[in-house]
Design a protein around this ligand. Structure first.
Ligand code: GLN
Length: 509
């Protein structure tokens, strides 16, 4: 591929860190080459807002710290943020007309923590409008192309986050996952992605979609880079009322993830040629029913065999409420969205209609003009299920199902297995526009990811193969119990030592 930026010469953030520290390459050189590549690949439409001055200022700061010998861990590493994280310099639009010209007066906690860690932001990434969608096609600023095949979606809602990493424009990116939006685009773009336990990464400064489901995470090529990114992101934040101070008796901080990763790695090493000896992998039988495509089923099966070769044992489990996650999620998420999005009224934030005769008309026109069709669909559905008279039948019922789904996972973890594995999505990336006749089709394809958010569990997507024809990436989902991020990353790392799917880049399928 033409115009690959300098950082693509380094296989990992660790390797890049060594290079910037030894003076082999500077943060400013890295940032310049990434900015050029973003410009050259603008057709992908992965980036919504780029500002060379802001980026180069961050890079220069990283270089100064590097020269002083006191640089933070990610000094000079080129990253970018999904456009739902508010940023002081770059606009933050949530890919919506509603926020077309919005500039936040403060940075989201995730943004400021990564900046403090020295990471250099290349700008803001395209996504589905207000993170609602599964293909990045609901963005007001146009669709993002999948770098593996420009006729296909990169997945969604963090489609720009995945496309930018897959195209080599940045080393890693941030994303949010309300119902699969980190895992599914990672799978569709041949990348690794992690959605941590709900409450471990601050939601402060993330434009809210479904507050009880939203969780920030990261997308990168492999598990080790995810660990690097996650370290500064994780931790208690007094500005987020659902942020966790501690979990399972451990402080919720970066050290927790690094130390459980290191401990898991040390145990693996002691076990020699069967590093995962004793690991019980629960494979839910409901994940392999009807809707799963043969290509995905075969790639996941192959991955499970690799895990068995590495010493793990496979246990068939049942998650009997799997199908119910779709109706439960598509009641709860829109209900929360309708509440969260009520703040966009044309008065305090966002778009205001040019013509109106009274206050009510101003609000309704502003909202009608500012929100796209998918967002309006969610607001209407959410408002409906919260209405007096329907609340018990829909919203309350969905909350009961949510509890049962959570209990099913807990039963599996306490009785049968240490982790759960299965597909991320039933199919590989679909063609752009393929679902335009049927907006609900994408909702159904979220079947394997939604229940993880309903239960608040951590989960990853890891590249595990390609479809036969056309050759497109497939992801394996690894779900852990609460706060098991370090263990999940270590398991994924072990798989990635044994396979090379994560090393393939577009054009090398
Ligand atoms: N596709 C799901 C939705 O549209 C998930 C989106 C997300 O995780 N942000 O709600």
């Amino acid at each position: 591929m033409a115009n690959l930026p300098l950082h693509t010469q380094f296989p990992s953030i660790q390797a890049l860190r060594d290079a910037v520290r030894s003076g082999e390459v500077s943060a400013v050189e890295l940032a310049r080459s990434a900015l050029e590549a973003i410009e050259a690949q603008s057709k992908l439409n992965a980036f919504l807002h780029v500002d060379a001055d802001l980026t180069l200022a961050q890079a220069a700061k990283a270089d100064t710290a590097l020269k002083s010998g006191d640089a933070p861990a990610l000094a000079g590493v080129p990253i970018a943020h999904k456009d739902v994280f508010v940023t002081r310099g770059w606009r933050t639009t949530a890919a919506s007309r509603m926020l077309e010209n919005y500039v936040s007066p403060f940075d989201a906690t995730v943004v400021s923590r990564l900046a403090d860690a020295g990471a250099v932001s290349l700008g803001k990434l395209n996504c589905d409008e207000f993170a609602m969608g599964s293909g990045n096609e609901t963005s007001y600023f146009g669709k993002t192309l999948n770098p593996w095949d420009h006729n296909r979606v990169p997945g969604g809602s963090s489609g720009g986050s995945a496309a930018a990493v897959a195209a080599g424009l940045v080393m890693a990116s941030t994303g949010t996952d309300t119902g699969g939006s980190i895992r599914q685009p990672s799978a569709f773009c041949g990348l690794s992605g992690i959605k941590p336990t709900y409450g471990t990464v601050s939601r402060f400064g993330i434009i809210a979609y479904g507050s009880s489901l939203d969780q920030a995470g990261a997308i990168a090529r492999h598990a080790r880079d995810l660990l690097e990114l996650l370290e500064p992101m994780v931790g208690f934040d007094p500005m987020d009322s659902t942020s966790l101070e501690s979990c399972n008796g451990q402080t919720n901080d970066a050290k927790r993830i690094r130390s459980s990763f290191d401990a898991a790695l040390a145990t693996q090493q002691q076990k020699g040629s069967r590093p995962l000896q004793g690991l019980r992998i629960g494979v839910p039988r409901e994940y392999f029913n009807g809707g799963l495509s043969t290509d995905v089923a075969q790639a996941v099966e192959q991955a499970l065999r690799t895990f068995e070769d590495l010493g793990a044992v496979r246990v068939e489990i049942s998650l009997p409420r799997t199908e119910l996650c779709i109706p439960a999620y598509y009641v709860i998420a829109p209900a929360e969205a309708s509440t969260n999005l009520s703040r966009f009224d044309g008065v305090r934030f966002g778009h205001r209609a040019a013509e109106y005769s009274d206050l009510e008309e101003m609000t309704s026109r502003s909202r009608f003009e500012g929100f796209g069709p998918e967002v309006r669909r969610r607001i209407l559905a959410g408002t409906y299920v919260l209405c007096h008279g329907y609340y018990d039948a829909y919203y309350l019922q969905a909350q009961r199902v949510r509890r049962m789904i959570t209990d099913d996972f807990q039963r599996a973890f306490s009785e049968h297995c240490d982790v759960i594995m299965g597909p991320v999505a039933p199919n590989v990336a679909r063609l752009i526009g393929d679902n335009s006749e049927d907006p609900i089709a994408d909702w159904l394809s979220d079947i394997y990811t939604l229940s993880v958010n309903l239960a608040g569990l951590p989960a990853m997507s890891v590249p595990c193969g390609f479809s036969a024809e056309p050759k497109l990436p497939i992801g394996l989902q690894i779900i852990g119990n609460y706060f098991a991020e370090g263990e999940l990353l270590a398991i994924a790392d072990c798989f990635q030592q044994a396979t090379d799917w994560h090393q393939r880049t577009p054009g090398q399928q």
